[in-house]
Design a protein around this ligand. Structure first.
Ligand SMILES: NC(=O)c1ccc[n+]([C@@H]2O[C@H](COP(=O)([O-])OP(=O)(O)OC[C@H]3O[C@@H](n4cnc5c(N)ncnc54)[C@H](O)[C@@H]3O)[C@@H](O)[C@H]2O)c1
Ligand SMILES: NC(=O)c1ccc[n+]([C@@H]2O[C@H](COP(=O)([O-])OP(=O)(O)OC[C@H]3O[C@@H](n4cnc5c(N)ncnc54)[C@H](O)[C@@H]3O)[C@@H](O)[C@H]2O)c1
Lengths: 207, 207
């Protein structure tokens, strides 16, 4: 089992290696990789060690074989459909973006309670009313949902998603939702990010 | 010096304690706090121990005194103005939201290169052209900037921010920007979050 912090860095390594591959580079040293992804070389070597020997010390890493390895590990050759619930300010921005820079994830269905939105198509994505949630999740075999609804709606919707056998939730609401161990939640808390930044600047900025 | 993981949890504790205070609660047990913020009690006790004895074991924590403590630690009674650069999809959503649920942070100035946007006011925030960046940062004593520009513009703008003596950047672009040690960067990488979620579901969902 690899640590969560390592799993969070894998997409970063993959993205940079894709960039190198497209630029025609064959080899990359751990120092160069470290400079690009802003992770120290010792951490990179430790991360890579979870997967067996990926490179020879002093020789650098082979870009193509690393890339093939990470593409498989991150299941990049297989498209994952995700649903988005709550097409307001933030939901709308995510729909417009629709993860265009990665070809392995796309938002294939959106849901809302606002009658002006449901039944329309935004950035190529159909917006369904909430009473079609379970049907669409089942028909499209959706396993991951992005939650961009108001705080007070978050837990009720989460309970419906658990019953609909969803395994992953990307939660943008400020509350911590309750889920059983079989469901994985990643919280993206934008207010937290800013307050943490302020805390560090107030307390450590002169160091 | 407290660990980064602890600092990231402080706003979460503060938010929940504010919620309890507004509901008129006097005491909270570490179990109840743990359930609400989804952090185990041992971690909460360890986090709190960095700040001296904040509660008596077995007796629970006093909501008001904890709240006052965290308000001071997070500098909540002082408004922090931040700037936002790049009022596109994501920038627009953040402007409309303008961190309304917290009274300690607000976006006071935005910047863009699009002539249709500059010179207008959106959600009460003025949008300036990029040639006014340094002047406004100085006049408004802005120390923190939210970066929601396209990838290729990110590093050049960061270099200008460093020269303008900004100390914190909340980076939404997928690249890792280079800054000196005196500048703190928090990366919010939405593509990473989804890919990490997919990795965990693929590898561990049956446990
Ligand atoms: N916009 C931001 O920049 C930002 C920043 C930080 C946190 N957040 C959080 O993200 C969430 C969304 O924020 P927003 O600014 O997009 O809000 P918003 O009010 O603009 O959008 C919410 C959307 O959810 C829909 N909705 C309401 N109840 C629903 C329900 N029961 N089922 C399905 N859809 C429902 C609404 O019709 C609306 O379209 C909130 O929880 C907010 O706290 C947003
Ligand atoms: N929208 C999302 O949901 C989302 C998700 C993940 C990552 N991101 C990242 O966030 C960033 C913004 O994404 P977006 O969807 O809002 O893009 P966008 O293209 O909609 O907006 C970019 C904005 O930046 C402005 N801009 C361009 N060059 C500039 C410069 N040199 N100086 C100042 N402003 C400049 C543009 O005029 C535009 O208003 C991108 O780096 C993107 O990869 C966005």
């Amino acid at each position: 089992k690899i640590p969560k912090a390592t799993a969070k860095r894998l997409p970063l390594y993959y993205r940079y290696l894709t960039f190198l591959h497209n630029a025609g580079k064959q080899k990359v040293s751990s120092t160069e990789l470290s400079e690009a992804v802003k992770v120290d070389s010792a951490t990179i070597r430790r991360d890579f060690s979870y997967f067996g020997a990926l490179g020879k010390r002093g020789y650098g890493y082979d870009v193509d074989s690393l890339l093939a390895f990470f593409a498989k590990t991150l299941n990049q050759d297989h498209l994952t459909n995700v649903a988005l619930i709550g097409v307001g300010n933030l939901g709308h921005a995510l729909l417009n973006y629709n993860f265009r820079q990665t070809n392995s994830v796309r938002i294939s269905a959106a849901f809302d309670v606002n009658p002006d939105l449901t039944g329309t198509i935004q950035s190529g994505v159909p917006i369904y009313p909430m009473d079609e949630l379970e049907t669409q999740i089942k028909d499209q075999q959706i396993d991951i949902v992005i939650l961009t609804v108001p705080t007070q709606a978050a837990q009720d919707i989460t309970d419906r998603l658990i019953k609909a056998n969803v395994h992953g939730i990307l939660n943008f609401t400020p509350i911590r939702i309750s889920v059983p161990d079989t469901v994985r939640v990643q919280n993206v808390d934008l207010v937290n990010e800013l307050q943490t930044l302020i805390y560090f600047i107030d307390h450590y900025s002169n160091q």
